[in-house]
Design a protein around this ligand. Structure first.
Ligand code: TXA
Ligand code: MG
Length: 329
């Protein structure tokens, strides 16, 4: 059931989480499918409902940095803790920090690894819910595994229907793509496992030294399965518009997702969605998944989409699109 995020519903949602039930809630990135992070049984429900591979760890959401202390290995090095607190300057925000985990974090949450991904989301509904529940909440994106992440409550409902007790409706998410994931398992070499709205340049500027960017490297797959080559994909075939010869596809039902206005392609598209007037990368990211899901509901033969530069937020946009498109290769 989709409900408005008033204080009564948030209280009910918090009680459901504490009782080990699943609740979907908005964050600034995408909607999450939350469960009590310290309850193995509750987290099991996430994996079952999403059909998620058990090796894919869950991000633990907290509302206050004090809560992180119990989740992190008490023996982890001073250096790791220092870098952690520096990166926590991005919180609340779209950054997930992977740390050595303490024993309270069940291995189902860590995908069998010794680490835990932690994040304080920057959304009033998420923060109120987490505060009210008073427990850390494990939450992957609220979609069936490998499908496009939800940026509206309606998207969550389309994935799961009535199987989730409560979906808190916070409107469309503002950032639109999942958080940046950074690993501090080797604190001298922080590594970006998944690019997002907090960019490599922003992190390097805050840390004062350069970091490694492992995105796209297949060998990282066991570490961060969000990096598996195929992910985030719609059901309808998706290709970059630059890679198709539209002349050979006359008569097909094709949808075009344009990144900016003014490109007049010589094709009678069944549907066109323009994501930004002027190629603004944050705007493109915010509307991207919504556009993919809208096009996916139109029974098209093909979706064609623009590309953007792979720097700043453009890196995350192209990362998600390349993974989605791999499904159709
Ligand atoms: O923006 C987001 O991060 C959203 C919202 C709901 O917070 N959540 C999200 O969760 O995107 P999910 O499960 O769809 O993606 C989590 C990513 C996966 O690629 C996972 O492998 C990685 O984070 N991850 C989580 N814990 C990790 C860990 N301990 N080690 C390495 N990677 C981890
Ligand atoms: Mg996901």
């Amino acid at each position: 059931m989709i409900v408005s995020p008033d204080s009564e519903h948030i209280k009910k949602a918090a009680a459901l989480l504490v009782a080990g039930e699943l609740v979907s809630f908005p964050t600034e990135t995408v909607y999450g499918l939350g469960a009590h992070a310290l309850s193995e049984d509750a987290c099991k429900k996430i994996y079952q409902l999403k059909a998620r591979p058990p090796i894919n760890p869950l991000i633990v959401h907290i509302w206050d940095i004090e809560q992180a202390k119990s989740l992190i290995d008490p023996n982890c090095s001073r250096e790791t803790i220092e870098v952690f607190y520096t990166l926590a300057l991005f919180w609340p925000g779209p950054l997930t920090i992977v740390m050595p985990k303490s024993s309270v974090v069940p291995s189902i949450v860590s995908g069998g690894t010794d680490s835990v991904g932690i994040r304080i989301p920057n959304h009033p509904v998420a923060l109120t819910l987490l505060h009210e529940a008073g427990i850390p909440v494990a939450a992957p994106s609220a979609n069936i595994s490998n499908y496009v992440s939800p940026t509206t409550a309606q998207h969550v409902y389309e994935n799961f229907g009535e199987k989730i007790g409560m979906i808190l409706d916070g409107g469309m998410t503002s950032i639109g793509i999942e958080s940046t994931v950074i690993s501090l398992l080797d604190p001298s070499k922080p590594a970006i496992l998944r690019p997002g709205a907090i960019t490599q340049e922003m992190i390097e500027e805050t840390l004062g030294f350069s970091i490694s960017n492992q995105k796209g490297s297949a060998m990282d797959a066991p570490l961060s399965p969000g990096l598996l080559p195929i992910h985030y994909a719609p059901h309808t075939k998706l290709v970059f518009v630059s890679k198709v010869d539209l002349d050979t596809l006359m008569g097909q039902k094709i949808g075009y997702i344009a990144f900016s206005e003014g490109k007049n392609l010589a094709y009678d598209f069944s549907s066109i969605i323009v994501l930004s007037h002027n190629n603004n990368l944050s705007e493109i990211a915010a509307k991207l998944y919504s556009a993919l899901q809208e096009m996916d509901s139109q029974e098209l033969d093909l979706i064609v989409i623009d590309e953007c530069i792979e720097s700043g937020v453009g890196e995350a946009i192209m990362d998600r699109l390349n993974r989605a498109i791999k499904r159709f290769k």
